[in-house]
Structures are given as structure tokens and as C-alpha cells.
Design a protein around this ligand. Structure first.
Ligand code: 4AD
Ligand code: MG
Length: 429
């Protein structure tokens, strides 16, 4: 029977079989230390000449990095070892000897590592990031599930744009042009009519033309949507979710954060309440540092960084000018030039983690917006229908999973937060 390395501490003094790969090796004439990994952890496995059969000892000494193997031995407590124990090897079976594994233990450049992403994922830090990604996604789902939200997934092939027509990926659909989805939001607005509060979680696509450390062309978004929820409620929901998921990662993924050398204190300050400032207040903060910024413009990465420098936790910026936000945003009844939109800007210069707000719920106003934005009305007929049959105030948001992981892990670039990133110049492997 196979024992996973993460479970070894519960097998002290017992005989186990571990199946995995050779991570590193150290040997002298008499003793050989194998660092074996199996995806759940790394364990030191020790062989001494004379205590195992000579062919076994010799095979261990010849092992190469990333060879696959099966180790049999007894588990010995060792407080200095990473998992609190090591294996005293009795027998070893080499399944395949790996030749010239390209990612040697020394430092490598990103240019070297990315074409080897399929192998690079085996390294300690990449492993830690993917475990945190898993925890984040599970925590997001748990947060919404615990509050009675229903997961209603939305289509990936869509006839219309959500977030502007300049970043659409067209797909030939039996001779008709459709697009890869930019967001599930419009469909969420339909499913709330059936289910009240919903979320979708899936890949979203944007043909981003710029190369930045925050943009992927394929990224994952968690999007809740709630009937009868207004702008303040959207911020409450985003705040509660963020506090919950960061708390879960601090609780369950501390070793991974340590592997990444993440400053834990920075995450511990993510507590309620998050500051809530208007677009205008954000502009005032930016203009103190950057006089060139023109009020009314959208924020770029440097502006979001300036805003975040003023706070030790995420900050909500709401009431953006309507002109720089999507067609579906509801206007502020008190000032028609402003939208009931909100972005959550993450700390430490990570940029916008969440975008959302309250949706336009009036049929005729929405129709006008669609026309003003030169969008094809036919493609939005069903969306307009939602305003004809029991319209109500409603809102929601989208959390970018990769940017959130980058923030939590303290990684500069989103390309390392997803197993196989898709970017302007990268679709391999
Ligand atoms: O602000 P965005 O464009 O909002 C929407 O798509 C809404 N329809 C969501 C909603 O209200 N249901 O995108 C939401 C988030 C951003 O805040 C960002 O975290 C992430 O998605 N995001 C990207 N992440 C990586 N690469 C990109 N190209 C991204 N574009 C947006
Ligand atoms: Mg946005």
C-alpha cells in the first residue's frame, strides 16, 4: 500500500511504501540521502552501506534527478527534517531513470523556465502556488455555498461582448461568428431571476494587446450576482468574501506561504472594514503624487499602486465616471455622469482584484446604452427581456483568481499563478 508523504508523521515507527520522484541526492561512500517528492511533500530517505543489499545501495547512488521510484522503509521521527520524519530505506525500486533533467537545482531565468513549464511545476515554489490556488478556489466556493448561493455556470461560447468589443476572441461556430466569454455576468443576471443568489466560476478570455504583469488572455473569474442587492451590499459581500478567503489560506496553507517567503503580517492585516472611497477621492490621492493624471480618466497600473500605498488592506473605489465603465452599469440617480460601479484595489501594488457594481435595471435606459455603445441589439434581446419580466435592483462582482493568488503569494507576475498561462506571446506548452 502507498503512503503519501504528507501522512508520514502519522506512521512513525511503521513500515511504509512511498512512490514518487527523486528531487535531490547527497551521497558519500557509506551513506546516501535521497530527497523524494510525491506531490504532497518531500521526505529525506536514508540508506547506509551494509544495512541494505549492495545492489540497492548502488542503485540509490546512481539515481538521477526526477527519476521515478518506489521506496520501502520505516519511518523515523526527526525533528530537524522538513516533515518531522525521515525514511530509513530497506528497499528501492527504480521505475525509470530520467536523463539530463533540464531544470537543475541552480537558479534559472524566466525565459528558460517558461518553455519548460510542464516540468517547472514540479519545483517547490510552483507546487506551493498551485496548492494555494486550490485553497483559494475552494474557499471562495465554500464562502458562497455557506450563504446559500447556487453555482450556476455560464457559457464559454457567447454571441455578445460584456467588457468591450476590443478584447474579443472570435470563434467560428458552424459558419457563424461567436466569441469566447469575457465574463459570465450577463448570464448570472438571468439565473438570479431563477435562483436569487448565484455564482459562476470558470475561465474567461480577453484578447489583451498589452504585455503587463497583471494580464493574461485566459484567466479564471469567480462571479457572484444577487437579486435586490445594491452597491453598498456588493461591497459588503466582496469584503466578507476577501476576509474569509485570506483567513482560510492563513489557517490551512501556512507552510506553502513560508515556502514562498511571504510576509504573513501583510495578510494578517486584511480585516474589516476595508476603506471605501469615491473615484473623486481616489483622484485626489493620485494627484498628490502625479500631477499629470487627468481627472475623468481610467486608472492605470501606476495609479492603482499609488492608491494602494495609502492602505494596509484592500480598498474599494466606487462611483467611477460612467463613460469609462461598461454599458450595463447603473448610473447614480443623484448624478447621471457617475456609475454605481466599484473596484477593489489590492494592497502592495497588486492592482484591481475585483470589478463590479449595480446593474442597469430599466429596460429603456439599458436599450439606449446598448445603442449608444454601438452594440448589436439583437444579441442582447434576451438580456433586455430580464428588464421586462420582473426587473429589480441587482448587482455583483468578478474576482480575478490569478491576481488574487499573486497578491496572496506575494508574486509579482500573474503568469506564475496558473499552471499553464496564456499570454499575448505565449500559448506553449
Ligand atoms: O473588472 P472586470 O473586467 O469585471 C468584469 O468582467 C465584470 N463583468 C465582473 C462582474 O461584475 N461579474 O474583471 C473582473 C476582474 C478584475 O478585477 C481582475 O481581477 C480580473 O477580473 N481580470 C483579469 N485578470 C487577469 N488577466 C486579465 N486580462 C484580466 N482582466 C480582468
Ligand atoms: Mg475592471
Amino acid at each position: 500500500m502507498q503512503t503519501y508523504i504528507e501522512d508520514l508523521v502519522r506512521h512513525i515507527g511503521m513500515e511504509v511504501t512511498v512512490k514518487g520522484w527523486l528531487y535531490k541526492k547527497r551521497s558519500s561512500g557509506k551513506i546516501c540521502f535521497l530527497l523524494v517528492r510525491d506531490g504532497t511533500g518531500i521526505v529525506q530517505s536514508v540508506l547506509a552501506r551494509g544495512e541494505v543489499a549492495d545492489p540497492v545501495f548502488d542503485a540509490a547512488c546512481r539515481l538521477t534527478q526526477e527519476s521515478s521510484l518506489i521506496v520501502k522503509g520505516s519511518v523515523r521521527k526527526d525533528d530537524r527534517a522538513p516533515g518531522g520524519c525521515e525514511i530509513v530505506v530497506q528497499d528501492l525500486l527504480v521505475l525509470q531513470t530520467a536523463q539530463d533533467y533540464p531544470i537543475t537545482p541552480k537558479e534559472h531565468s524566466i525565459e528558460f523556465l517558461f518553455p519548460l513549464r510542464h516540468l517547472w511545476l514540479r519545483s517547490k515554489k510552483q507546487n506551493a502556488v498551485l496548492r494555494i490556488r486550490h485553497e483559494l478556489i475552494k474557499a471562495c466556493r465554500d464562502f458562497f455555498d455557506n450563504q446559500g448561493f447556487i453555482n450556476a455556470d455560464t457559457p464559454i461560447l457567447t454571441p455578445a461582448s460584456v467588457e468591450g468589443t476590443t478584447t474579443l476572441f472570435p470563434v467560428d461556430y458552424y459558419g457563424e461568428k461567436v466569441y469566447l466569454t469575457q465574463s459570465g455576468q450577463l448570464y448570472n443576471e438571468a439565473t438570479i431571476g431563477a435562483l436569487g443568489k448565484v455564482y459562476c466560476f470558470g475561465p474567461t478570455f480577453r484578447a489583451e494587446k498589452s504585455k503587463t504583469r497583471r494580464h493574461l488572455t485566459e484567466f479564471w473569474m469567480l462571479e457572484p450576482e444577487v437579486a435586490f442587492l445594491e452597491l453598498d451590499g456588493v461591497m459588503d459581500l466582496a469584503e466578507d468574501m476577501t476576509v474569509y478567503v485570506v483567513g482560510r489560506i492563513l489557517e490551512n496553507r501556512r507552510p506553502e506561504l513560508e515556502t514562498l517567503e511571504r510576509d504573513i503580517m501583510k495578510l494578517q492585516s486584511v480585516k474589516k472594514p476595508f476603506p471605501r472611497i469615491t473615484y473623486q477621492e481616489a483622484v485626489d490621492i493620485i494627484r498628490e503624487k502625479d500631477k499629470e493624471f487627468t481627472p475623468g480618466d481610467d486608472f492605470g497600473a501606476p495609479h492603482e499602486t499609488i492608491i494602494s500605498e495609502n492602505f494596509d488592506r484592500p480598498v474599494f473605489v466606487h462611483h467611477y465616471p460612467a463613460g469609462i465603465k461598461a454599458f450595463y452599469m447603473k448610473r447614480d440617480p443623484a448624478d447621471d455622469t457617475l456609475s454605481l460601479s466599484v473596484d477593489m484595489i489590492g494592497p502592495e501594488g497588486v492592482g484591481e482584484l475585483i470589478g463590479g457594481g449595480q446593474r442597469e435595471d430599466d429596460h429603456d435606459v439599458l436599450l439606449k446604452r446598448i445603442k449608444d455603445n454601438k452594440l448589436p441589439v439583437e444579441a442582447y434581446q434576451w438580456y433586455l427581456d430580464l428588464r421586462k419580466y420582473g426587473t429589480c435592483p441587482h448587482g455583483g462582482f468578478g474576482l480575478g483568481i490569478e491576481r488574487t493568488i499573486a497578491w496572496i503569494c506575494g508574486i509579482k507576475h500573474v503568469r506564475e499563478t496558473i499552471p499553464f498561462p496564456r499570454m499575448l506571446e505565449r500559448v506553449y506548452p
